[in-house]
Ligand binder design. Structure first.
Ligand code: MF3
Ligand code: CO
Ligand code: CO
Length: 268
């Protein structure tokens, strides 16, 4: 038995009640990002954004999944410029020209909704906006490959092909993941791969797709805080994330923006 088979046997297949639970959780996570849109401006601190998110989630009767998660203590990850992922909210203000990923995971009635988007801070340079656009396109190439009969490797292949055709690299050190009643579970969703490899996709599988693309080399390192992942060459990095469920005919995206604010530039 190879590792793909092992992985496949661990993947939970959810029923209609699971889809209903994920729909609610995914919606709240997306609403948190919608709520933040007008606040992401030059001068705001990522800690202030974190506080807004915390208050919003609690007011909705839910909880942020990341507080107390492996020693993490915030509601958001805020990853600015060359930070790939898991940036910790801080009192440093965002500045004009930054790009920032904001990642939120909420627990609603025991179900996890996990999503992230890029935001422009003021007017980022063209190369930064291009990276953001390409990363968004890669997420959707992956989502389009997420259907029964395809394999997990088809998702990674679609993402990698589009990224590399446009001279960007795909981070390998961090993956998407199964989720549902737990935050991180099987399968590991690698954002690069070969067609037809990995577990077969079946209706009822829930997982995230969350490609991270770099303008330069794919290599990552973790800072001394134990969380912040940055590009080794300090090149810009971008990421988008959706939580999805495989259906009979394709997939359902649980974390679409109810306000239609799925990608920047957002109306100001
Ligand atoms: N939301 C992230 C993901 O997409 C995980 C964040 S874990 C944290 O999987 F502890 F860093 F918040
Ligand atoms: Co995730
Ligand atoms: Co996330």
């Amino acid at each position: 038995m190879d590792t793909a088979d092992l992985d496949e046997r661990e993947i939970v297949l959810h029923d209609a009640a699971g889809f209903a639970g994920m729909r609610k959780a995914g919606r709240l996570a997306a609403e948190v990002l919608d709520m933040l849109v007008p606040h992401v401006r030059p001068g705001v601190t990522t800690l202030a954004l974190d506080r807004l998110a915390y208050d919003h989630v609690l007011a909705a009767g839910a909880v942020p999944a990341t507080i107390f998660y492996r020693g993490y203590s915030h509601s958001l990850c805020t990853s600015v410029n060359h930070v790939i992922c898991h940036g910790i909210p801080s009192d440093k203000p965002l500045k004009d020209g930054d790009i920032v990923n904001i990642d939120v995971t909420v627990i609603v009635d025991g179900w996890h909704g996990d999503t992230s988007r890029m935001f422009h801070v003021g007017s980022p340079p063209l190369k930064a906006r291009r990276l953001v656009d390409l990363t968004f396109e890669c997420l959707w190439k992956g989502i389009e490959a997420a259907r029964p009969g395809n394999h997990l490797g088809d998702i990674g292949h679609a993402i990698q092909t589009h990224a590399e055709r446009n001279r960007c690299s795909v981070v390998r050190d961090f993956c998407g993941h199964g989720l549902g009643r737990r935050f991180h579970m099987a399968p590991n969703v690698v954002h690069a791969g070969r067609p037809g490899t990995g577990p077969l996709l079946r209706p009822g599988m829930f997982f995230t797709i969350e490609p991270m693309l770099n303008l330069g080399r794919p290599d990552a390192k973790i800072l001394d805080d134990g969380w912040t992942a940055v590009t080794r060459d300090r090149s810009l990095s971008a990421q988008f994330e959706h939580s999805i469920g495989i259906t009979e005919t394709g997939c359902e995206v649980f974390t679409l923006s109810p306000a239609g604010l799925d990608r920047p530039p957002y109306p100001s």
